[in-house]
Design a protein around this ligand. Structure first.
Ligand code: BES
Ligand code: MN
Ligand code: ZN
Length: 517
């Protein structure tokens, strides 16, 4: 998609559609009416507002109204897009609305769009959200469709002109907002592709190769460790999970190291993603319904990869490391068994009481390895437990960690990024459920507090590292079309990680006054 800026009267611009995002009062209150709406209505001799009234369009969030302009304005069509009240507005409102709009416009074969931007408190951030909403909303996963070719070949929205409100002028900051929005959206759409790809064609080997191609393109360092090296690293839990599959495991380590020497010496951010390319449950086999979506059990690693792609472009003044241990969880004559005891990289021993609790085993070894970098903060993203989905539903990730500063920095980044993350406790009260009679601990406890139990298990492997665990089992997938999401992979986590890196960059470049003390 091509984005450009314009100024002046948006109703004069030639395009297939004029999109007017509107706060409720800009529709209902004549004194507050948006200039573009007033202008278009005047040219249409009052028909626009009259139709809006009869159709019940009041600028509420999720409302929209499409109207043919019959040659009375520059654009062929006018689309009014509700944003709801100014009081409840944030940039995510705009991102969702843009996503909805681009889907509808695509269905009506619209190729060029003019947007009459509303007056916003932060125009830059709003423009970025709008760009992201357009690009994310236009995403489709149709790689394996050979029928409805016509649908595939249908024209897509190709150009978007953003008309600035009032006498605002195009600035460097606005150009950068568009550029960042496009990068973040492209990386998120790529992460969605990785997750939506069937497990048969997104094996650990292919996932690692995708990481390599991205790293080479983005200028990141990458190491891909084979099984022998994983053995040398004594990752007994990772190897235990991997052994049931004929697909070899891969330990992937990506590095962004700043060119500046002082910057390169700063404590890094480490991110770790769960990368089970298919989770059958192993010998504790999942029933069909539970297994159906388990190609998506590498969504954490996909988000990590998407974020690294953007981080390479941002070039922050500190190193960022990303890790994932990719493997399949399969039942076979060589699979790890119930009752087996695995020896982790840290030497702690684990009795296997459920082979379907495999994510924590791989993550435990990889988190211990990542912690060796002594990061300022370590964040993992994992489709770890069904229990977290039971607790928080389809749209919210759970955040776990004892370090309040680290937890708040992730929660704040998520909020700014428009991703919903809520903190859950890692309570020691649940510790007993991981007690084993034969080893240091077991890998799965009781059903109750399942998401907490998984986080407690991970905590055993991070030592004193400031660490935040994000259980993204719910929001990694969207069960329906919603805003800029379609059904399937969402790319959840890319924006939060990018924001976390941007915020630390800002802190380093402009330290708060008390930080100097
Ligand atoms: N990958 C699953 C968790 C999951 C479930 C993600 C549904 C997305 C949607 C994970 O490996 C798993 O199987 N967890 C078990 C843990 C249990 C055996 C302790 C679960 O949640 O049932
Ligand atoms: Mn599992
Ligand atoms: Zn899993």
């Amino acid at each position: 998609m091509n984005f450009s800026f314009g100024t002046g009267d948006a109703t004069k611009a030639k395009a297939d559609a004029l999109l007017i995002p509107l706060f409720d009062t800009e529709v209902t209150d004549a004194k507050k009416r948006a200039p573009a709406l007033a202008q278009a209505d005047k040219k249409l001799k009052g028909l626009l507002l009259k139709t809006a009234a009869t159709e019940g369009f009041k600028g509420k969030a999720e409302q929209s109204l499409s109207f043919h302009s019959h040659g009375k304005i520059g654009a062929t069509r006018i689309v009014l897009l509700g944003l709801g009240s100014r009081a409840s507005f944030n940039n995510e409102t705009l991102r969702l609305a843009a996503g909805r709009a681009v889907k509808a416009l695509g269905r009506s074969r619209v190729k060029s769009v003019v947007v009459a931007l509303p007056v916003l408190r932060e125009t830059d951030a709003g423009v970025r959200a709008l760009v992201e909403g357009f690009e994310l909303g236009a995403y489709r996963y149709d790689r394996w469709r050979t029928t409805n070719k016509e649908e595939k070949a249908a024209p897509k929205v190709g150009s978007v002109q953003l008309v600035l409100p009032g006498d605002l002028k195009r600035t460097k900051q606005l150009d950068e907002a568009v550029s960042l929005g496009r990068k973040v959206a492209a990386a998120t759409n790529w992460a969605r592709d990785l997750v939506n790809e069937p497990a048969g064609t997104m094996t650990p080997t292919i996932l690692a190769e995708q990481a390599r191609a991205m790293a080479e393109d983005a200028g990141l360092e990458i190491s891909i460790h084979e099984k022998e090296e994983i053995e040398n690293l004594k990752m007994g839990m990772f190897l235990g999970v991997a052994r049931g599959s004929v697909e070899p495991p891969k330990l992937v380590h990506l590095r962004y190291i700043p060119k500046d020497e002082e910057a390169a010496r700063r404590a890094p951010i480490c991110i770790v993603g769960k990368a089970i390319t298919f989770d059958s449950g192993g010998l504790s086999l999942k029933p069909t319904d539970g297994m159906l979506d388990m190609k998506t059990d590498m969504a954490g690693s996909a988000a990590t990869l998407g974020a690294m792609k953007v981080i390479a472009a941002i070039a922050p003044p500190f190193p960022v490391h990303a890790y994932f241990g990719a493997c399949e969880n399969m039942p076979s004559g060589n699979a790890y068994r119930l009752g087996d005891v695995l020896v982790s990289r840290l030497g702690k021993t684990v009795e296997i009481t459920n082979t379907d609790a495999e994510g924590r085993l791989v993550l435990g070894d990889v988190l211990a390895y990542a912690a060796e970098q002594k990061p300022a903060i370590m964040v993992d993203l994992a489709t770890l437990t069904g229990a977290c989905m039971i607790a928080l539903g389809h749209y919210i990730a759970g955040a776990f960690g004892d370090d309040d500063r680290a937890a708040w920095s992730v929660l704040e980044a998520a909020r700014a990024a428009g991703e919903e993350v809520w903190r859950l406790p890692i309570t020691e009260l649940n510790r007993d459920v991981l007690k084993s009679e034969v080893a240091d601990m077991k890998n799965s406890g009781e059903r109750y507090g399942g998401a907490i139990n998984a986080a407690l298990f991970l905590k055993e492997f991070v030592g004193s590292t400031p660490w935040v665990h994000l259980d993204i089992a719910g929001p990694s997938q969207s069960p329906k079309e919603r805003g800029y999401h379609g059904r399937g992979a969402t790319g959840f986590g890319v924006r939060t990680l990018v924001e976390l890196v941007r915020r630390r960059t800002q802190e380093i470049n402009a330290p708060a006054p008390d930080a100097a003390v």
